[in-house]
Design a protein around this ligand. Structure first.
Ligand code: MN
Length: 746
């Protein structure tokens, strides 16, 4: 944010300085973009002068000089007049009473949109300096702005603020310089803007590490003469050989930038003791072919250092940077680095994304091969294809570098990166598991939203929690992040296990009472031994196993009190309890089997109201403490269960295969009611139809109906729906059979 001081009206000197700077701006625009509309720039300048009138910068300069200098940086980047106008207005909404609406009315929506974007970035708090966080902020900046010119203005703004940083207090200098190194220089790097990045880094370095800066600076100065002499010599040799081989190329040589030397020393943990560490040679050619020719030529003059050859032409860096790099050994064993690239590659390396403006406007084609190398560039090309007017192309240039992620904030400004289409639940779990588990609601940008709503870039999310609140299975239908999904599933599983332990304890207790055994009188040793018999380390696992229906309570009791169930008579007839039901429907071989999607260890049983069989569409319903009841989808009870949707659960029939891989014939008891003529031989014929199919009959009952009608009820073991339909059709074909119906209830 700019530091604004209000002072008395500008003296004439200020006016003069502003007018001269504005002239320089116009000159650059006329040079770089002769066909651009100057009027909007003039208008924006007048507006800027008017609204920043009387404001001063810390340097004592009139405030308007800052937006003016920012506009000049943009003009030097060869950006269009829309961007330059927005640059002139970039602090207007932030630092003056001007509203975004006014900007829109006077300068149009596009300018207002860009200024809004810059203002929005101003408001983000870059408090956290953790590396990952910084990377997130950079990604976020790129992802959340819909127009890349917003980022370019922000970079120009930062560049001018860094150029004038000397006027601020030391603490502010430190903070701004640090942020520049953490966020803005890497951002420029990512956009391939080498020139802006270098200047930002060198300016910031001075403030962030003044001691290191001075050390390297004096080392460079001490070695400058010797280094330059060395480089001039290299240049001369190279030049001669280029002419000799008829290669058109220019040679650039220089002492490296301070910050780049600093980084190299940091990386290699060395100090400057060799002048050659400071030197860099660059050869800029006309064609790619010449790059490789020069590469070979250099290696014929000087010996290459092994492992230092890099071909970024064949394999460009993600930011589109291309060059051949090599390090060679000169006389006396002195090493120096050489970069070889074409003029076009050089331009891209220096200007990055901004390089795309100048030729686009003129209508001449950008190297199509380059453009295919990055997602965003591909996108640009695609948009361009759809547009005939180059101005329209510029005005709708959008970036979406990280389409798979969404960047959101905590109320304190911390960035939270989530997968696209993430919800407040994902946000909650990314903060902390407990926050997720106890999440009851969420506010996005200050407004209450449903938990299933989708988060968008830049959303500020506040999670509401309540102690004792627990996750809902329903969350799994909209949670996006694997973290949230895993945490929810984990909680549900844990919770189910607790419940299974409770059920297991009750089943064991009930079984024990039948045989007049007191579980309470058993010792820990008894429990441990019984668990060990099942190969379990912990007696609680045995209870859970009983609860989940893996082990029968009666057998477990027999292990706990050997011989208990064989020598004693049960006190009452056992009604089919939970464990029996579970065993029958879920676990015993040759019986029917159900699995619950994604859950291996659930207590599952077929609802008795509808007794679904294989092949029928089914739904699961989490009962209170009895596990999951599985109903036929058309069961009337399911309609009533819909009211508690968070207790519904997806279930499917398990694939039953035996060791040989042939389908196992699990069967289900099904009751059929047959309405037929009351005649002799009818029952025998029916029985024949059923048995001939190899179907087991469990029970038959006949009832007298009305008017010579008989009603016969069969309970048969059916494999699946297809089997049942075949039986029913067979029965229907018998003479005298009027109707055959399946009874849901047994
Ligand atoms: Mn500014």
């Amino acid at each position: 944010m700019a530091t604004v001081h209000t002072a008395a009206a500008s003296p004439d000197a200020d006016k003069q300085q502003l007018a001269e700077t504005f002239e320089m701006l116009l000159t650059t625009v006329r040079q770089n973009r002769p066909s651009d509309d100057i009027a909007i720039i003039q208008q924006a300048y007048d507006f800027c002068l008017k609204h920043h009138a009387g404001q001063k910068r810390a340097s004592g300069d009139p405030f308007a000089l800052h937006p003016l200098e920012v506009a000049r940086v943009l003009a030097e980047m060869k950006l269009d007049s829309t961007a330059i106008a927005a640059g002139l207005l970039h602090d207007a909404v932030e630092d003056t009473p001007v509203t975004s609406r006014q900007i829109s009315e006077i300068f149009g929506e596009q300018v207002a949109h860009i200024v809004d974007g810059v203002t929005k970035i101003e408001k983000i708090q870059f408090a956290n300096r953790e590396d990952r966080q910084a990377e997130n902020v950079r990604k976020m900046l790129l992802a959340m702005v819909s127009d890349v010119r917003v980022v370019l203005i922000k970079l120009a703004d930062r560049l001018h603020n860094m150029r004038t940083l000397e006027h601020l207090q030391p603490e502010r200098q430190q903070a701004i310089a640090r942020e520049t190194l953490d966020i803005y220089a890497p951002l420029a790097h990512r956009l391939g803007m080498g020139k802006v990045r270098s200047e930002l880094e060198d300016l910031a370095f001075r403030y962030v590490d003044p001691v290191g800066h001075d050390q390297i600076s004096s080392a460079v100065e001490a070695n400058r003469q010797q280094g330059e002499q060395f480089l001039r010599n290299i240049d001369a040799i190279l030049h001669e050989r280029l002419v000799e081989h008829n290669i058109s190329a220019r040679v650039d040589w220089r002492i490296k930038r301070l910050y780049s030397i600093y980084q190299k020393l940091q990386r290699q943990r060395i100090t400057v003791d060799q002048v050659y560490d400071l030197l860099a040679v660059r050869v800029i050619t006309q064609t790619v072919q010449d790059c490789y020719a020069v590469f070979g030529l250099i290696h014929s003059i000087w010996r290459p250092v092994p492992g230092r050859i890099k071909d970024f032409i064949a394999m460009p860096r993600p930011n589109l940077y291309q060059s051949l790099h090599t390090t060679v050994m000169a006389e006396g064993g002195h090493q120096f680095e050489v970069q070889i690239r074409t003029e076009e590659m050089h331009r891209v390396a220096e200007e990055g994304i901004a390089a795309h403006w100048k030729y686009k406007a003129g209508g001449s084609p950008v190297n199509a091969k380059d453009e295919q190398r990055l997602a965003w560039v591909r996108q640009i090309v695609e948009w361009q294809r759809d547009m005939t007017d180059p101005n329209e192309f510029l005005s709708t240039l959008k970036i979406d570098l990280y389409p798979e992620e969404v960047y959101t904030f905590t109320p304190k400004g911390k960035v939270v990166v989530l997968p696209k289409e993430a919800t407040p639940i994902d946000f909650a779990y990314s903060i902390h598991t407990e926050v997720g588990n106890t999440c009851t609601g969420a506010k996005v940008n200050g407004r209450m939203v449903p938990l299933r709503s989708r988060l968008r870039n830049g959303d500020i999310v506040e999670i509401l929690t309540q102690n004792g609140h627990t996750p809902s299975r329903d969350w799994l239908t909209f949670a996006k992040s694997s973290r949230a999904r895993n945490k929810i599933k984990h909680w549900l599983n844990e919770h189910q296990r607790e419940r299974a332990i409770e059920i297991g304890r009750k089943l064991l207790d009930r079984e024990a009472r039948k045989y007049k055994i007191s579980i309470a009188q058993l010792t820990d040793t008894d429990h441990a031994r019984a668990a060990a018999d099942y190969g379990l380390a912990n007696p609680v696992d045995l209870l859970a196993g009983i609860g989940f229906g893996k082990f029968s309570a009666r057998q477990a009791l027999n292990r706990l009190v050997p011989g208990a169930t064989s020598t004693q008579q049960p006190e009452t007839d056992s009604t089919p309890g939970m464990s029996d039901a579970v065993k029958r429907v879920f676990f015993s071989k040759g019986s029917d089997s159900l699995t619950v999607e994604g859950q291996n260890d659930l207590l599952v049983y077929r609802a008795r109201c509808c007794n679904p069989i294989r092949g029928e569409e089914i739904v699961g319903y989490v009962t209170r403490g009895k596990g999951v009841a599985v109903h036929a989808r058309n069961c009337p009870n399911v309609q009533n269960l819909l009211y508690e949707s968070d207790r519904r659960i997806a279930v499917e029939w398990a694939h039953m295969k035996d060791e040989e891989g042939s389908p196992q014939r699990a069967t289900y008891p099904v009751k059929m009611t047959i309405y037929c003529d009351d005649r002799a031989g009818m029952l025998r014929e029916m029985t024949a139809v059923i048995s001939d199919d190899g179907t087991n009959i469990r029970a038959v009952e006949t009832k007298a109906g009305t008017e010579a009608e008989a009603i016969v009820e069969f309970v048969v073991d059916a494999y699946d729906v297809g089997h049942l339909i075949r039986l029913m059709n067979g029965l229907r074909r018998l003479p005298g059979v009027r109707d055959v119906q399946r009874q849901q209830k047994l």
